[in-house]
Design a protein around this ligand. Structure first.
Ligand code: HEC
Length: 473
């Protein structure tokens, strides 16, 4: 990994000199795999480059993966997960990551990924457009743009759309595997893509809308906004409206702005074959709950729910859950999480958290059903979507015959829920079993790796396998 280390040192010291080369030369076609970000830096005291200034710290990517497998420090001794021990698992895991992650969430100016021992993935920094790659301030990736009617009243945002920016961090054991896969960044070793036990991947997602745009319109609750008391981050990205215009007009120029965004969701996955013997993975979501008293935004993250399997026994049911049955591999915190968590659950109530885009709009089914406008179609789940992590990108993330997926709100054909094809997205596979075994290799439920491999392919002349970006959550 010496090559990577040298490169990082260079990035750290060379921060101020990157300016906007990415914009001019179009780095995407030939991306630098070890870029920390897309190189579009707002200057502290010069508005001439981007019309914006920024005086804080830049969160630089940590790509210096460990050379040897670090000791396993997350060990669960509560046996396989079920409805009664799931919540304990979530609180224990939150406590486990708290010493470092609290700083990231609450005090981003003092966050240092190297010191905190969390890592980023290669190939995802560069980008030739302001919404691509990782941005320079918080090192976030761009999330999907979601229509606000995804949420019902009294939690409906007053804006038309909500978006999020997320940072993705791998713990040392997961990062060791990344180092094995990407030992030669130009020749990845797919056979190493198996996360060791105790791997943890954390995604912290910050909402783009402002607290006064996300009311919690219920006097009994005692707060005025879903985001009341949330921490603040800054990111350097075009506004959501700007990106929406670009979707409709490819000639529209995107302009970066220093935006204040609010950490709202933690999406975490843990390789844990004790807790989750079938799939090997535990997927969980925490959400910000403004009702929790106190000054600490971190303390206000509560379990939304978790899943450790797709309940494939119900995958051929048209609703994903026959009447009178309950899901065995999803636990949702209906009792204590903010009630809006129910709006964004996945198919048949399988786990998905508010920013995961498991709910889609304008979905068209083979039997002619068309979910119009604000009608919700629950299309996915954490493990359903992540189960399609393969290279090349041979199956959509969503249960659809199409290989690409449109922005939410545009027409999206999908398979008939409960059909044989549909059910392929709701199985319990091991991480090394591909969803489409004849045409792709499995990536152990890692979608950010799917994107990294797609960008690597596009940058190394394998255009047929290229993938620019998949806006996840
Ligand atoms: C509809 C698809 C979809 C759903 C549902 C979904 N994810 Fe993801 N997730 C993605 C995509 C795409 C990425 C990669 C985003 C990127 O790299 O910019 C991702 C990234 C992540 C990451 C970081 C890296 C990785 O790929 O593992 C974690 C952790 C994660 N998701 C956890 C979850 C959890 C937990 C849930 C459910 C509570 C969930 N996801 C639901 C699509 C989804």
């Amino acid at each position: 990994m010496t090559f990577i280390r040298d490169k990082i040192a260079h990035v750290r010291h060379g921060l101020a000199f990157f300016a906007s080369v990415g914009l001019v030369f179009g780095l995407a076609a030939n991306a630098d795999p070890l870029s920390s970000n897309n190189g579009m830096y707002p200057k502290p005291d010069d508005k001439t480059v981007f019309g914006e200034t920024y005086n804080g710290v830049y969160n630089v990517a940590n790509l210096a993966y460990p050379d040897t497998l670090p000791e396993q420090d997350w060990v669960w001794d509560g046996g396989p997960l079920n409805q009664s021990n799931a919540e304990d698992y979530m609180w224990a895991l939150k406590r486990h990551i708290e010493p470092t992650m609290r700083t990231l969430v609450e005090d981003a100016q003092n966050w240092d990924a190297v010191e905190a021992n969390w890592y980023n993935i290669v190939w995802r920094g560069a980008g030739d457009s302001p919404e691509k790659g990782r941005e320079v301030i918080m090192n976030t990736n761009t999330g999907q743009i979601v229509p606000s009617d995804t949420w019902s009243k009294p939690f409906q945002p007053t804006t038309k759309f909500v978006q999020n920016y997320g940072v993705i961090y791998f713990n040392p054991r997961a990062a060791f595997m990344l180092g094995e896969v990407w030992k030669d960044v130009y020749k990845p070793n797919f056979s190493k893509q198996r996360y060791p036990e105790g791997s943890i991947v954390v995604k912290v997602e910050a909402a783009t809308i402002q607290p006064n745009q996300w009311p919690w319109d219920d006097p009994a609750v005692g707060v005025n906004s879903v985001l009341e008391g949330a921490a603040e981050w800054q990111v350097f990205r075009p506004t959501t409206e700007d990106q929406k215009r670009r979707q409709n007009d490819p000639n529209h120029k995107l302009i970066n702005k220093v935006q204040t965004v609010y950490p709202f969701q933690l999406a975490i996955r843990v390789k844990d074959t004790v807790a989750s013997p079938d799939t090997g993975w535990v997927f969980m979501g925490f959400v910000f709950d403004a009702r929790i008293k106190g000054d600490s935004p971190w303390d206000k993250f509560v379990p939304a729910g978790m899943m450790w399997g797709n309940d494939p026994e119900f995958a051929r049911d048209p609703n994903g859950l026959p009447d009178g049955e309950t899901l065995q591999e999803t636990w949702v915190n209906f009792e204590n999480a903010p009630p809006f968590v129910a709006d964004t659950l996945g198919w048949g109530g399988r786990m998905a958290a508010p920013m995961d885009v498991a709910v889609r709009h304008e979905v068209v089914l083979p039997d002619g059903t068309w979910y119009r406008k604000a009608e919700r179609f629950r299309a996915s789940s954490c493990l359903s979507c992540h189960g399609s992590a393969q290279f090349p990108f041979a199956a959509n993330l969503y249960p659809s015959p199409n290989i690409v997926f449109p922005p939410d709100g545009n027409t999206f054909p999908m398979y008939q829920p409960g059909s044989e094809k549909w059910a392929e997205w709701f199985q319990n596979r091991k991480g090394f079993e591909a969803q489409t075994p004849n045409s792709a290799v499995a990536l152990d439920y890692d979608l950010t790796s799917t994107i990294a491999f797609g960008i690597w392919a596009g940058s190394t002349g394998q255009d047929a396998f290229a993938l620019e970006a998949l806006h996840g959550h």
